[in-house]
Design a protein around this ligand. Structure first.
Ligand SMILES: Nc1nc2c([nH]c(=O)n2[C@H]2C[C@H](O)[C@@H](COP(=O)(O)OP(=O)(O)OP(=O)(O)O)O2)c(=O)[nH]1
Length: 127
């Protein structure tokens, strides 16, 4: 999960069509490759998919395990601050910055729902 220091919003990304979890919203990130730590994976995925770099503010803010029809996903969410710039879309359909209280306006990937609820209850206004 990515937050902007400037206006305390969360970066939400919409997955593309024609793939697993098509058109649902997610936090940017991705799968751990062999021999990677989670921190290395996060930096690689954010660079690859959005061309951004971040500072980690909270390591493992939340953890959820969810069984999809294609297998299990173990989702660890980090709170990060965007260092500078704006994301450049390379694979997502679109992105938006929302306050925690606005997160339920989007249709999230099922594995994200507990984390979205946690964010909404812990940060009622901004972060
Ligand atoms: N990055 C990210 N992935 C999520 C979230 N919620 C959720 O269920 N997922 C799922 C989608 C994918 O199955 C998996 C993340 O893998 P990925 O982003 O590296 O891979 P992908 O499905 O986009 O593409 P592929 O490499 O499997 O073709 O976790 C989330 O909030 N962020």
């Amino acid at each position: 999960m990515l937050t902007s220091i400037k206006d305390k919003k969360i970066l939400c990304c919409q997955r593309g069509p024609g793939r697993a979890l098509a058109n649902l919203w997610e936090f940017p990130g991705g799968k751990i490759e062999e021999h990677e730590t989670k921190v290395v994976t996060l930096a690689r995925e954010l660079d690859e998919e959005l061309k951004i770099s971040v500072d980690i503010v909270e390591d493992a803010y939340d953890f959820c395990r969810y069984e999809y029809d294609f297998g299990f996903v173990n989702l660890t969410t980090f709170i990060c601050h965007l260092k500078y710039g704006e994301p450049q879309l390379t694979e997502h359909l679109q992105y938006c910055w929302l306050y925690p209280s606005q997160l339920d306006q989007l249709e999230w990937a099922p594995a994200d729902v507990p984390t979205v609820k946690k964010l909404m209850s812990e940060f009622e206004g901004d972060l």
